[in-house]
Design a protein around this ligand. Structure first.
Ligand SMILES: *[C@@H]1O[C@H](CO)[C@@H](O)[C@H](O)[C@H]1NC(C)=O
Ligand SMILES: *[C@@H]1O[C@H](CO)[C@@H](O)[C@H](O)[C@H]1NC(C)=O
Ligand SMILES: *[C@@H]1O[C@H](CO)[C@@H](O)[C@H](O)[C@H]1NC(C)=O
Length: 438
């Protein structure tokens, strides 16, 4: 009986919401009230990993001491920002990868796997593919210099975007590297040419790989990779089959000064970041496919047809008007959201800064306040959603994988290492979409 009344209140609240005279924050307050009345608690996602600080494993105690003495390992500096998983056939648990970019010095390696070894601050990491790939800190351009985000494909390959710089010193050209995860062999490597990236300005943080020939029938070689360059205010498209890339930079790829202040859980920092994150229309929907993207310091959500963005003839370098008429401003959300991911059902997920949670928008509907549903709110565990992936497990179920990292505290230099700062969480996509416990 009680629950029926709550349900009715929820329905009345939802109807009341459609009045247009509310301001953005009033609307959110009402939406939140409504939400809490209906659920009365925050969303608990399945905990996979929790750490007060990152615990780096080294090949030997000697290597650890050497790294500590030279300042190449400063334990309180490294910050994890992305996660991805690889399900080995016949293995119940996936292999879990974390990226730890070299914003500055003090990060011993920037791509790691999670182990079962428990250390005082959390589980121990091990370098991937091996320590040698990272240990020159920019000295070996065949290795990895700084990895921000990765993507694991259905063929068991990892697509790695290496920014090539540490603190904007460009040690190597940015590169996209494809590794066979099980064998740790290089399948493909492409170094961005000058002009496509801007030394001292560019910082490539997010790859999004759209694969035309996925497993089980294909071999994941016919692909386009979109690479976000938020500090260079643009993005790069890489046509893998033809080994060609082009840069896109115009008013849609820029930040908006009105969204340069980011406030997470009451703490603010300034950041003027352009294009940050992408997602594409699922093949299964059978509709015209689009590339969705947005800037981190902007509330505008943008789309462009894939056949346009993938056709080099539309894009000339340093011409902010080329291809411009093909961009679609879908709408403005009134707040920043970080990384985005697409579900097979065509729901675009994004981690919003306020309220702190994952929102879902059905891409077949207008990008309006009403059509953006708060799927998981948790101000404790979801500040700040820095990595977000949808991956299919061995049983054919899609899962959402999340890494959160309290970015605002890290930027302010006031992380408290007595509390949990870094988390990897997951939830079944269907559970998330219909509001079931994870
Ligand atoms: C790319 O676009 C041009 C027109 O701008 C068109 O002539 C060409 O066929 C397109 N290429 C592909 C591969 O679709
Ligand atoms: C998205 O919206 C379309 C059009 O209203 C609808 O047919 C479809 O079922 C919706 N998808 C989901 C996952 O709700
Ligand atoms: C962390 O815990 C230690 C030992 O209990 C304590 O001395 C220290 O003040 C704590 N730091 C913070 C920031 O709470």
């Amino acid at each position: 009986m009680h629950s029926i009344w709550l349900y009715l209140i929820c329905v009345v609240f939802s109807i009341g919401e459609s009045q247009p005279q509310y301001s953005y924050s009033q609307k959110y307050e009402r939406k939140l009230q409504n939400y809490h009345q209906c659920t009365n608690k925050y969303k608990e996602l399945t905990k996979v990993y929790e750490a007060r600080n990152l615990e780096f494993g080294f090949p030997s105690e000697f290597e650890r001491q050497t790294a500590l003495l030279s300042g190449r390992y400063q334990p309180d500096i490294p910050l994890p920002i992305d996660v991805d998983v690889y399900y080995l056939p016949n293995r119940y648990r996936p292999e879990i990868f974390l990226t730890i970019p070299r914003f500055g010095r003090g990060v011993p390696y920037s791509l790691a796997t999670l182990t079962d070894v428990v250390r005082p601050n959390g589980p121990e990491l091990q370098p991937f593919p091996s320590y040698d790939w990272h240990s020159t800190h920019g000295g070996d351009c065949n290795g990895l210099t700084s990895v921000y985000r990765i993507q694991v494909d259905s063929c068991g390959n990892m697509w790695i975007l290496d920014s090539g710089e540490i603190e904007f010193v460009q040690y190597c050209a940015p590169q996209i590297l494809v590794l066979d995860i099980a064998r740790s062999t290089v399948l493909h490597r492409y170094r961005l040419p000058l002009g496509i990236y801007k030394p001292k300005i560019s910082r490539f943080v997010t790859p999004y790989v759209d694969i035309a020939d996925p497993a089980p029938w294909g071999s994941c070689q016919k692909a386009f990779v979109y690479m976000a360059d938020p500090t260079g205010n643009g993005f790069v498209v890489y046509d893998v089959s033809n080994r060609r890339s082009w840069r896109i930079e115009n008013k849609y790829t820029y930040p908006d000064p009105d969204f340069g202040t980011h406030t997470i859980a009451g703490e603010s920092f300034e950041l003027m970041d352009g294009t940050f994150s992408f997602a594409a229309t699922p093949h299964s929907l059978g509709i015209r496919r689009m590339l969705y993207f947005h800037s981190l310091s902007n509330d505008a959500q943008i789309a462009i047809p894939l056949h346009i963005v993938n056709n080099q003839s539309y894009w000339s370098l340093n011409d902010p008007s080329s291809g411009l008429e093909h961009f679609i401003l879908l709408g403005k959300r009134g707040v920043q959201c970080g990384i985005e991911a697409m579900t097979a059902q065509g729901v675009l997920l994004c981690g919003h800064l306020a309220p702190i949670g994952i929102f879902g928008w059905n891409i077949s509907t207008p990008y309006t306040f009403h059509n953006r549903a708060l799927l998981a709110e948790n101000p404790e565990t979801l500040q700040f959603v820095s990595g977000l992936k949808v991956r299919r497990n061995l049983w054919g179920q899609d899962e959402v994988w999340i890494v959160s990292n309290r970015l605002q505290r890290s930027f302010g230099g006031n992380l408290n290492f007595n509390e949990t700062n870094y988390r990897i969480l997951k939830c079944g996509v269907v559970d998330l979409l219909i509001g079931r416990p994870c």
